[in-house]
Each structure stands twice: as C-alpha cells, then as structure tokens.
Design a protein around this ligand. Sequence first.
Ligand code: GAL
Length: 654
Amino acid sequence: MSKLELGVCYYPEQWDRSLWRDDAQRMAEMGLDWVRIAEFTWGLIEPKRGTFKWDWLDEVIDILGEAGLRVMMSTPTAAPPKWLIDEHPEILPVGADGKVRGFGSRRHYCFSSEVYLAEARRIATEYSRRYGQNPYVHAWQIDNEYNDHDTVLSYSDAARDGFRRWLAERYGSIDTLNKTWGTVFWGARYSSFDQIELPNGLVASPNPTHALDFARYSSDRVRLFNRTQVDVLREFSPGRDITHNFMAGSFEFDHYAVAVDLDIVGFDSYPLGNLLGSTLSDEEKRRYLRTGAPDYQGFHCDLYRSQGRGRLWVLEQQPGPVDWAEKNPSPADGMVRLWTWAAYAHGAQTVMFFRWRQAKFAQEQYHTALLRADGSQDQAAVELAQVVSERAALPEATRAMAQVAMLLDYESIWAADILPHDEAFPNAQIFREWYAGLRALGVELDFVGPQDDLTGYALIIIPQSMIVSPGLAARLMDSQTKLLVGARAGSQTNNMHTPQDLAPGELTELVGVKVQRVESLPDLAGETVRLEDGTTHEFTGWREIIETRETVIACFSSAYRDGSPAIVRSDRATYLAMIPRGPLLQAVLANALNWANIPTSQCGPDLRITYRGELGFAFNYGATSLSLPEDSARSYLFGGSEISPYGVSVWRDL
Ligand code: GAL
C-alpha cells in the first residue's frame, strides 16, 4: 500500500477508563488508521515478578480495534520496573563519568547486562504470547529510541566484562590485540584480556583502536538486544511487521545493522526540538525557528528509508512545542501538515503523531499533542483534518531509486570522533551540510552503507568515510559509478592504522592522489580556494597537502604551500583535499553534479521539491510566498505554482 496512513501515540494508562471509548471513536472519526501503545507499561502490567495485570490492556486493545483502528503494540523494555532494578541493580547503565544512572525516569538499563537481556526476552515473550495473534494487533515496535538520553555507551561492570569477551573472540590472542591496537605506544601492553578496562576516565585520550572497538562492541550489543526481541516476536506474532523508532541525528550505533533485522524502519521526527541544539548558524536558526531546518525531514527520511529497504514510518511526529529542548517555540501554523507531507514525499508510509492528548501530570506536561489536556482540539488536530481531506485526492505512489547516493558509514563517524585532529571537525554534520547543499540544487538522494549494493547510481557521494575496507573499495571500483570523495576518505584502516601507502589507502588507485600531510586551520587563518572558473571562496578547517598526476581543478591560496591542489579529478573520481563548507561547498557540489551530468535546479534556501513516483511535492519553509520554477507543465492535485508561506503543492508532471 502506498497511500499515506496516519496514526497517533496513545497512553490510555494515563487517563481514566471512562475516556477510552470516546478517545477511540474520535481517533477513528479524525481519520487515524493506527494507534501505537504500551511502550512504557511493564511496571503496570507486571507489578511484581510473575504477577500480570493484563485486563486493562486487553480492554484498551478491544476498544481501539472495535473502533476500526489498527494497533501497533510495543515491547516495554525502555522502562524496566522498580522491583526488577531492586532485584538486579547491576542492570542500571553507567555514564562516562563513572556514575550509575538511577531509577525514576526511563532507559535505565545497560545493553551489556546479560540479566537484562534475559529479562527483555522474557517480557517480550509474555507480551507477544498475549497479543501476538490478537486480530487488532497489526505491528510491533520494539523498545523505544535506543540512544535516547545517550544510553548506548554504558561503562558498567557488565560492559567491561562483555567487552573483554568480545575482544577475546575478535582477536583470539592478546598478542594479536596488542599488535592491532599498537600498545607498544606509551608502553600500554596487556598480558591478558582480563586486564582490559573501558576507555573512560583516563588522563589523556584513549588508544584509538581501543575506543573504536568499544564503539563497535556497544553497537553490537544494541543489535543483539533488538535481535533477541525480533526473534521472540517472529515466533509468537508471525506475519506482523516489526519496527523500532530511530532518532534524528543519532549515530552512536550502526543503524544499518539494526535495520537488517526489522521489517520497517521507524523515525521520530522533531524538527523544532532538534533545531537549536543543531550546528546550524544563528541566522539559520532564526530563519527556521518555527519551521525546523528545510532538510531535517528529507535527510532523516531518505537515510532511514534507505536503511528500511523502502519501508519507513514516522512513529512520532512533533505536533506543536515539545518540552525537552533548550527553548521550545511553537511551530508556525501549517507546519504539522507540511512535515507530514514532507515525510510522505520522502518515502514514509505512515505518520503517527506524538501524542493523542497533552499529559496532565508527570514529566511531559508542556509537550503538546493533537488534543489539549482538557480534550479540546489543538492546532495539530486542525492540520491533521486538512491532511486527511488532502490524502483522498492523491493516487498511490512509490518513490523511485535516486540517481545519486550518499555513502554514510557509522564506523567512520566514530573514528573521526576518536581522532578529530581539529576540535571543530564537523564530522556527522558534514553529511547534513552536503545533503542540504544537494537538495538546494534539487537533487534527489538515496543513502548507502558500506555493505550495500552500489550499482545503478550515476554518482556516489562520499562526504566523510575515514575507514574504507578493501571490499568497499573493490565494490566502488566495480560499480562503474562516478565518485565525489571528501577529504579523509580511506585515511584509516579497519584497525585505525595509517594505511601502508598513506591516505587515501584503499582508494588510492580510484582517486589518483596521495596525501602527504594534513593540517587543520582556524577560521582566523583567512585562506581561500580558487576554482577552475576563477572564483575564489573562503576556506577553513581540514586541509590536505596532496600529490597527484590527475587533473587539478582547484587550488588553495595559502600562506603555506600556496597553490597546492584542492580538488583533483580523474575519469571516475573527484577528490577534495579539504572539507568545503558554505558557499565553497555549494560551488563544489554544483561543479561535481555538472561533471556527472546530473540535472540541477535552483531551489534556494526555503523551497524544497521532491518526487514520490509520479507525484511532485513542493514545500515552502519560508515566511513569504514562492513560485515554482517553470521548468515543467504540471497538473496540480492541491496547491499551485505559487506556494504560500509554510505551504505545500502536489502535482503530476504533464
Ligand atoms: C521521544 C520519546 C517519546 C517522548 C517524546 C517527546 O524522544 O520517544 O516517548 O518522550 O520524545 O517529544
């Protein structure tokens, strides 16, 4: 099915029973298809070990189902009950500061705890035995937001023990580990796996391979935790889709690896909540204070749609002000509708709003919802009604494969965090910036991971891939695709060593350069890059001094090695000896797209255009009306060629 479906996150346990039937009726009348429930209910369902109180949840599911709603049930492992923590306090996670994080909120568990893994399996079994075959339960969410509150990395005793076992399995002998980590450095030799500690609380920076292995180990634990529950659900609830809700801007575990085990990748979309804490400039934050960044929805939906092999759902959509950011402005009227259509346009099948009714007590009272706490409709409900009437006008449509793919690899992001060489190295932010730059030029994107099929694209963009394995390099070579390769690519081996023939290591043959030296420059250096068309752009940050026999198409103007190559091009690859940003990035991207024969259009800062199959969508994130470029004849399904502030137009090309 590829029509937009709509849903809501519902917490019946927080409301009097007498409201449930009316709530369900109203949900159905408002055009909602799905209700997600129960992700924080363990302590209510099993108030003490082995005693279960299912009656109320049975009743809720019946009421929702009888109203015609499809239920997404959740496993409740994001909030273990107090009695379990009292029984096994070692379940609690430990921060990098060595402090145990206590009971009383949520996510108070450590992924390394074998006790908790067994408990998670047990409770997932209980929930799925009870509801797995329930005719109203059509899908499952496992747990809730794995890295919420920064809980993927935990420095507990269980993590230390698990890490030691993981290392013993990976390396076989301590000699191999010593060699791989390079523990001859600072005389950090180990004589057994039992001597190895976690890489926190040290005097200076940890050994990089030690730190990277801990990131890998922690990521593997997330996958194992998720997979354990997937296996249970597959057994007791066959045929139901299984998902988990990934977060925006979260890179702490390998999302590709977790996604492989899921049927649908879920995404929790909070465009305003994530704005102020982002790395956008103050000017951009002011401009998009009430809309969110224009590429927030696109970036995450494209990334998670790709990881979901085309199957993406927004499991939580911001409905109005949230309660958890440093400041919580209201979105402009119209934005909830716009975000919903933007998610759909970028491939989401379903959009669920967080939440049904604003809470009356406890932690999230200032978080808005479809309804206010008194049950009256808030602005999001008004916009939902508009979406419901609009969706009836749209034919089904499925997103096509893009011509351009962006390679995003979690290990390389961890590696650059471990060895930044520039305190302000933009790292994960590089992906957002390049994505936004490409979208401003009207380019559609898929994402690929290092294990993915790379064939069929006209251009693969590699913003920051420090670690390039021989296998990935071979597949890039075989893909026959043109490549745009950012600095640092291939600069570390899988073990975080400098490659034998220096950077870009495995990519040397493909890109035809050798990196002789790297430096990082502060903004005050005031240096520039001169492009082949004679234009000059300010440049700062990461710079490489490279040697090449390929064509140099841009040079640095610098007080050091003036005229050294900044961009080099061969038949297959364009290599950047820098991390371009701002206007320089825009110029570099436009140049590379032209080289790869990818058509572009000028969308500017506020207009975004994307296609879902034959349906064209345009979104205006700005406060003034915009006209669509007149490059195609269109038949509008709603909206028109003039798009009002925060407006949406949808059409078919004629
Ligand atoms: C999400 C979380 C929800 C709720 C929401 C509020 O991160 O999954 O349970 O807390 O934030 O915006």
